[in-house]
Design a protein around this ligand. Structure first.
Ligand SMILES: C[S@@+](CC[C@H](N)C(=O)[O-])C[C@H]1O[C@@H](n2cnc3c(N)ncnc32)[C@H](O)[C@@H]1O
Length: 193
């Protein structure tokens, strides 16, 4: 039985793929090093704004060289941290895949990639969107923002899975803890209606 909470990213992705896009993921425009595809079929189209590995083409996920209504499934995994101040950039960028300037930058990127995914997907196509909530000095419930932005664009939020990875969490040990440490991320399954 496929459930909604996992402690292994590949098992989670396999469940979503089997249920919602059995042909596999066709497009990954934020590929990075392709950590998703351990035991999972590689996508046909792979892009990144800063390609790291062979076979990945350079493109902006907000403006892809892909025709309208031509793709069955896409996965989006944008950077989730924002708010550059003091040493945050220096501290985090060596440990993660980048940090966005502020919430406005996150909003522009997320809305832009959602709109572009909607444009390239066929009707009834599937967009898997990985995101996580983020606490800096205050908490942003990013997964709620993604839900609202996706709905505004026309997506139907058909499903949601949670990945719980208590180990390897990125945090700044120099700060006093004032919020629960977020050890989970979300995978929205959005359908183009
Ligand atoms: C969190 S990483 C993706 C990790 C990947 N899913 C993996 O498991 O290996 C985010 C990626 O998005 C890329 N990126 C950021 N902004 C982008 C944009 N506008 N267009 C395309 N790629 C972008 C970054 O270069 C980075 O490689």
């Amino acid at each position: 039985m496929k459930k909604s909470v996992y402690d292994n990213e590949q098992e989670l992705l396999k469940a979503i793929i089997e249920l919602h896009c059995p042909e596999g993921i066709e497009l990954d425009p934020m590929y990075f090093k392709g950590n998703f595809y351990k035991g999972i079929k590689e996508p046909k189209y792979k892009f990144d704004i800063a390609p790291q590995v062979l076979g990945v083409k350079k493109a902006d996920a907000k403006d892809l060289p892909i025709d309208n209504d031509s793709i069955d499934s896409v996965i989006l995994d944008p950077p989730f941290m924002f708010g550059i101040h003091g040493n945050t950039e220096k501290y985090y960028s060596s440990r993660t895949h980048g940090i966005l300037k502020d919430f406005q930058a996150l909003k522009e990127l997320y809305q832009g990639i959602l709109k572009e995914a909607y444009r390239v997907l066929k009707r009834n196509g599937t967009c898997i969107f990985k995101c996580q909530d983020y606490t800096d000095s205050k908490t942003t419930m990013t997964h709620c923002e993604v839900y609202n932005w996706a709905k505004e664009i026309g997506f139907y939020a058909k499903d949601l899975a949670i990945l719980h990875l208590p180990k390897g969490k990125v945090y700044n040990p120099n700060l006093t803890q004032r919020h629960l440490r977020k050890t989970h991320s979300y995978f929205w399954v959005l359908k183009k209606t």
